[in-house]
Design a protein around this ligand. Structure first.
Ligand code: FEO
Length: 169
């Protein structure tokens, strides 16, 4: 059984994961409006990733006899100064999520909730990938500079990303 404190913290993380999907949907729409269909598609896959993270947390709370309580979702931004600016926004957000996951691990250890600690380790590893994939895109945009041809090549590359659903539990 989850403690009330752990249950509240996990519910708060569920909200953050769903907000993440909302933010990346907004970024996807921004890229679509900028005629960057590859970046738009990349972000749509990120939306699915985030929803799968939320689902993983919801399943876990249910399995541990807790109650999932969905909260309202904050309104995300809808426009960015440039594609690079949007990906910097995504990078800042992923760093924030990593820190939130670290705080959850800290709480689990403080409460001697080793089941939650073990569950959260999947997310600790996942955040390494989440941060690395956004950093890789930023690196590509920086290398291409503002050259139109380079931007189109990156957009094509981003459009090749496919969604691989994580295991359910
Ligand atoms: Fe669910 Fe992108 O972290």
């Amino acid at each position: 059984m989850l403690s009330d404190k752990m249950s509240d913290a996990l519910n708060s993380q569920i909200n953050k994961e769903i907000f993440s999907s909302y933010l990346y949907m907004a970024m996807s729409m921004y890229f679509a409006a900028e005629d960057l269909s590859g970046a738009s598609s990349w972000m749509r896959i990120q939306v699915l990733e985030e929803l799968s993270h939320a689902e993983k947390f919801m399943n876990y709370v249910n399995e541990r006899g807790g109650r999932v309580s969905l909260d309202s979702i904050e309104k995300p931004a809808f426009s960015w100064k440039s594609p690079l600016d949007a990906f910097h926004g995504a990078q800042d957000h992923e760093r924030f999520i990593s820190s939130s996951i670290n705080d959850l691990v800290g709480l689990a250890r403080e409460e001697k909730d080793f089941m939650s600690d073990n569950f959260l380790q999947w997310f600790v590893a996942e955040q390494v990938e989440e941060e690395a994939s956004v950093s890789e895109v930023i690196r590509m945009f920086k290398l291409a500079g503002s050259a139109g041809g380079g931007l189109l090549m990156i957009d094509k590359e981003l459009g090749s990303r496919v969604f691989t659903p994580p295991t359910v539990n």
